[in-house]
Design a protein around this ligand. Structure first.
Ligand code: NAP
Length: 242
């Protein structure tokens, strides 16, 4: 049977492109969304026109009960999970001294706690199969840190630590854990930047362009096909940080 892949936050941006590309590569995709139901339905429709079936499942991945339902659906329907892509995430642009406990909880829960519970809930099946692949969508800021995005940087640095530690723990079970650290990618997440600001950023990038969601999806596909890479944080950033 084809590989069964769960992609969190697949209604928009990077997650949507990952779901699309993997579905076109004959993998069975369970595309998770939370608020953007319309976009998720459109993705399903778009793929159906090409004769490709995917499942779209609503779940707030910061809530363990909803995560459990998502995993239960997958196991009942497909009996296995081969790949988990922890993609869903949010960012915030704020001065550190103005950050609140609510901000901390929202960002850390969405970007990091979700990866913790998603990974915990898929692992019994992966360990039983003695194979699996977890890919965490991290960020350049988890490596270098970003001014005005301290909480976001903390969440992604945590994700990088989790990637390395879990890779060591799960290697003997033949489960690979890697992260991709994108630079700046054209999605709604960067709506906060003006055209001029984006031009300025472009000038700092050796490859002289803003990344596309396809750049990340290609790397995800490669990581799934590979079988000797684990514990790595792979920078896909046009050379923005070297
Ligand atoms: P985006 O366009 O804003 O999409 C974010 C996705 O996350 C949406 O599908 C959203 O789903 C989902 N999501 C948010 N909270 C959720 C929750 N509680 N439960 C389930 N899904 C939730 O962002 P993006 O740019 O594609 O970012 C995707 C990932 O790449 C993030 O982890 C981000 O940190 C990382 N990243 C992005 C960039 C960039 O420049 N764009 C750079 C580095 C890293 P709903 O709308 O359905 O709720």
């Amino acid at each position: 049977m084809e590989k069964v892949v769960i992609v969190t936050g697949a209604s928009r941006g990077i997650g949507r492109e990952i779901a699309k590309q993997l579905a076109k590569s004959k993998m069975r995709i369970i595309a998770n969304y939370n608020q953007s139901e319309q976009e998720a339905k459109e993705l399903k429709k778009e793929l159906e026109k090409e004769g490709i079936q995917i499942d779209i499942i609503k779940a707030d991945i910061t809530k363990r009960k909803e995560v459990q339902k998502l995993i239960q659906f997958t196991i009942e329907k497909y009996k296995k999970i081969d790949v988990l892509i922890n993609n869903a995430g949010i960012s915030e642009y704020k001065i550190f001294t103005e950050e609140t406990d609510e901000d901390w909880n929202k960002i850390i829960n969405t970007n990091l706690y979700s990866a913790f519970i998603m990974s915990q809930e898929v692992l019994p099946n992966m360990i039983h199969q003695k194979q699996g692949c977890i890919i965490n969508i991290s960020s350049i800021w988890g490596i270098t840190g970003a001014s005005l995005e301290v909480l976001y940087s903390i969440s992604k640095a945590g994700m990088n630590g989790m990637t390395k530690a879990l890779a060591k723990e799960l290697g003997p079970s033949n489960i690979r854990v890697n992260a991709i650290a994108p630079g700046i990618i054209e999605t709604k997440m960067n709506n906060k930047f003006s055209k001029e600001e984006l031009e300025q950023i472009k000038e700092e990038i050796p490859l002289e362009r803003i990344g596309k969601t396809q750049d990340i999806a290609k790397c995800v596909k490669w990581l799934i096909e590979d079988n000797y890479t684990t514990g790595q944080i792979i920078s896909v950033n046009g050379g923005w940080a070297i």
